[in-house]
Design a protein around this ligand. Structure first.
Ligand code: KG4
Ligand code: ZN
Length: 334
């Protein structure tokens, strides 16, 4: 099975080629245009996808040394994501599949983040728990098999990636601020400014409260000292990052106890965070868990993970027809 996969749900245009389950190429073009706007502008994202999709696909085929006529199926992200952005990838995939007379495979972006763990060793064994943390989602997923997953906890408001990005904006860092907070946090004192963690019932999360408390804290400090942010940037980043990670890990621990599971995986853009990677490894060592952390290139959006999910779907004979359309808020059950 030779697959071409396309990812276009947000601000990365990506294409990958997978041959019999082995990833041969994974080309990612990150849209830089959003930086000056402080967040992803949906219309600009769609236009940028339209511009880069053909060169990105060509590069992916070239790097994998695969001719388009050798392809057996085309996979694409159906959702969740920005509708206009999804439309570009879906339409392209449909047109190419039609012209080559090969089937389509629609992929759920969040399931693909989880399945990124199967691109290379070490691979978790089913069932396992996955904390999927991205710019749009924060989920605790009980992964029964590649195609059978259940969300057992999720955010009731903002995603943790959003909390990272909005904090970054408040302290004058460009979008996406998560990686910049991570970098600055390394030089700061995480215990300097304690922020309230709040507590949601069960396995659910909430990040809107902490976002507001960071805003009020900064407003109050800046009123007293206009140079407060400038003088304390690293400590602010380290303190915020520590709080966000603790909120995540409290629920991870609770979910591990509840499920009796001994394997924990992290996935999604925020799983690239060095603080989270270190803390979950420390926690795992203490609790006797096996911890699975993806390579950096498979944390943030990439078509390699879409190809991996599509590979599992192809093995199960799950293809879709030309009548498929993107779904901006696709859930696991759709
Ligand atoms: O999975 P992803 O690429 O896109 C979505 O599906 O949303 O995740 C993007 C999110 C952004 O919020 C970005 O700031 C965050 O992942 N992110 C990070 C780091 N790298 C990316 N957050 C914290 N630390 C990082 N190193
Ligand atoms: Zn994503």
């Amino acid at each position: 099975m030779i697959l071409l996969a396309i990812e276009s749900s947000c601000d990365e245009t990506s294409a990958a080629v997978m041959v019999h389950g082995e990833l041969r190429s994974n080309i990612i073009s990150t849209q830089l245009i959003h930086t000056e706007w402080g967040g992803v502008v949906p219309e600009l994202a769609s236009r940028a996808h339209q511009k880069s999709i053909i060169p990105v696909v060509q590069e992916a085929l070239q790097k994998a040394n695969i001719n388009k006529n050798d392809l057996n199926a085309i996979a694409f992200t159906r959702g969740p994501g920005l509708l206009g952005a999804l439309m570009i990838g879906t339409s392209f995939a449909k047109a190419l599949a039609l012209s080559l007379d090969i089937p389509l495979i629609d992929v759920n972006h969040m399931q693909a983040h989880v399945l990124a763990h199967f691109i290379e060793e070490p691979r978790p064994a089913f069932p396992f728990l996955c904390l999927t943390v991205s710019g749009g989602h924060t989920q605790l997923v009980w992964v029964k098999s590649a195609l059978d997953m259940e969300i057992i906890g999720e955010t009731m408001d903002d995603a943790v990636g959003e909390a990272f990005d909005k904090t970054a904006k408040l302290i004058g860092l460009p979008y996406p601020g998560g990686p910049l907070i991570d970098k600055l946090a390394k030089e700061g004192n995480p215990d300097r400014f304690p922020f309230p963690m709040g507590e949601m019932p069960g396995l659910n999360f909430s990040f809107s409260g902490i976002k507001t408390s960071i805003l009020y804290f900064l407003q109050k400090q800046v009123a007293m000292n206009p140079k407060f942010i400038e003088e304390n940037k690293a400590d602010i980043c380290a303190s915020v990052q520590k709080t966000l990670i603790e909120i995540l890990l409290r629920k991870v621990k609770k979910a591990m106890v509840q499920t009796g599971c001994k394997q924990i995986a992290i996935a999604g853009g925020v799983s690239a965070n060095s603080g989270l990677r270190t803390r979950i490894q420390e926690m795992g060592a203490k609790q006797g868990w096996e911890v699975y952390i993806p390579a950096f290139s498979y944390c943030t959006d990439n078509a390699g993970m879409i190809a991996m999910a599509a590979h599992f779907k192809a093995e199960a004979g799950e293809f879709c027809g030309q009548d498929v359309s993107p779904l901006a808020s696709l859930s696991f059950l759709a």
